[in-house]
Structures are given as structure tokens and as C-alpha cells.
Design a binder for this molecule. Structure first.
Ligand code: ZN
Length: 87
């Protein structure tokens, strides 16, 4: 992932996105960039672009992994708002 993409997303989100959205969870630990969309299949990678990345803590990441269908639209809506506000 290019450092410019990483920096952009970290500056945009600043904190765990679940926390910024007020989604209750145990927000502890190191924040990591997470790919929002599932990869297209075995051996394919979901794109490492700002419109597909959010900053999440480990608990939020786990929740999103377990319930992707529930959280993916929420996170994509966040990205759309955050990118618009950044302009
Ligand atoms: Zn969190």
C-alpha cells in the first residue's frame, strides 16, 4: 500500500471509525487500515485505495469481519461523507 494512501486515510479518519460513528464496542489496541470491500475471490485483492480503506481497532475489525454484510454499507457511507467533507 502506498504511504500516501496510508497517510490520507489516517488523516481522514483520525480514530477508529466505529468510535467516530458511535458504534458500541471495546475500542482498544492498535489502529489498522482495513479493506472494506471483500476481495473478488481467491487470489484477488480488494483495492488499496482511500475509497476502500478505513481505520479500525482490533475489536471493530473482528466485528466487521464476522458481520461484513451488516457493516460494509455503514463503512462505505462513512468514507463517502468523510471524503466529501475533506474537499
Ligand atoms: Zn474501535
Amino acid at each position: 500500500m502506498p504511504p500516501t494512501v496510508r497517510d490520507h486515510v489516517r488523516r481522514r479518519d483520525r480514530a477508529c471509525v466505529f468510535t467516530r460513528l458511535g458504534i458500541p464496542h471495546l475500542c482498544l489496541g492498535r489502529l489498522e487500515l482495513d479493506h472494506v470491500r471483500a476481495s473478488g475471490g481467491l487470489g484477488l485483492k480488494s483495492p488499496s485505495t482511500p475509497d476502500n480503506l478505513v481505520l479500525l481497532c482490533p475489536q471493530a475489525h473482528l466485528e466487521k469481519t464476522l458481520h461484513g454484510r451488516r457493516w460494509r454499507p455503514v463503512l462505505l457511507a462513512w468514507i463517502e461523507r468523510a471524503e466529501r467533507d475533506a474537499d
